[in-house]
Design a protein around this ligand. Structure first.
Ligand SMILES: C[S@@+](CC[C@H](N)C(=O)[O-])C[C@H]1O[C@@H](n2cnc3c(N)ncnc32)[C@H](O)[C@@H]1O
Length: 266
């Protein structure tokens, strides 16, 4: 898919709307990626952050990772996300955490980042590169906003080539971060095409398996109390559970996994 493609715009807006809902917050908690904030900390360990650095969180969602970065390091953090309600929520969380002077969240598209060239020392993008329809453009944008020598840390869903079928390969699978995912080597090649050289990779497949299990358990619990929670009235929990079962099978069969990738801007 390319940026001008209407299907690409539909996939992006469905993704932004789906991930900003109250039910997602109930199901996922504070962090919206496998491995949670522990994996974010491990990723940060590869970025060589220094005092006063500027760090970008692309597709920051509810903002938990950006707040963690600012709480753990004396740096300035900008987060960007396509969902207005996530950006509002994240800015409110930054103020509440007393980090409003060092963390700001902006509305924006990863394929058209609202920042100048070379302004960031490091960038992270967790569980989101897989959802960008025009990945070469997103990679070019990430490279553009990083200074030479700046580091990019990605954690993301990986999928073996041609491995998904049925619903997981369609729009629902796209929103669930699966249909748009690629093999790890393909992410590296996409980044290399934009001038970002991969210097480190790690597999974290068990983190994805755990996350799918946790989501399944929470969906089952929500199904039991659905009549008492108004936000659940319009949610098809049975379909969500069915998607979960398909995702669990994809992880079990080695089709889907999760990986960390660190790259340097040449
Ligand atoms: C799975 S969530 C991950 C959120 C966050 N990175 C985390 O790990 O907690 C995916 C996020 O990507 C955002 N997103 C999807 N497409 C985007 C785009 N083209 N530009 C910016 N954000 C996007 C969604 O709104 C959502 O918040």
């Amino acid at each position: 898919m390319t940026a001008a493609d209407p299907a690409a715009e539909l996939a992006k807006s469905c993704c932004a709307v789906a991930w900003s809902g109250d039910v997602v917050a109930m199901v996922l908690g504070e962090s919206y990626h496998p491995g949670g904030l522990a994996l974010t900390r491990a990723l940060l360990g590869h970025l060589g952050l220094r005092d006063g650095n500027r760090v970008l969180d692309v597709a920051a969602g509810p903002g938990a990772s950006a707040l963690l970065i600012a709480a753990d390091h004396p740096v300035e953090v900008d987060g960007v996300d396509l969902s207005p309600s996530s950006v509002d929520h994240a800015n409110a969380a930054a103020l509440e955490a007393g980090l409003g002077s060092r963390v700001r969240f902006h509305l924006g598209d990863a394929e058209r980042l609202p920042f100048g060239d070379g302004v960031f020392d490091a960038a992270v993008c967790e569980c989101a590169f897989c959802t960008f329809p025009d990945k070469p453009t997103a990679a070019t944008e990430l490279a553009r906003v990083l200074r030479p020598g700046g580091r990019l840390g990605i954690t993301d869903v990986t999928v073996t080539a041609g491995g998904l079928s049925g619903e997981l390969a369609g729009l629902a699978g796209w929103v669930a971060c699966l249909a748009g995912a690629r093999p790890l080597e393909e992410y590296s090649a996409l980044l290399a095409g934009a001038g970002l050289r991969t210097v480190h990779t790690e597999r974290h497949d068990a983190a994805l398996a755990r996350m799918v299990e946790e989501i399944e358990a929470r969906l089952r619990a929500l199904r039991m109390i659905r009549s008492t929670v108004p936000a659940l009235a319009s949610v098809d929990l049975d379909r969500a559970l069915d998607l979960c079962a398909q995702a669990a099978a994809a992880v079990r069969d080695g089709v889907a996994g999760y990986a960390m990738l660190v790259a340097v801007r040449e």
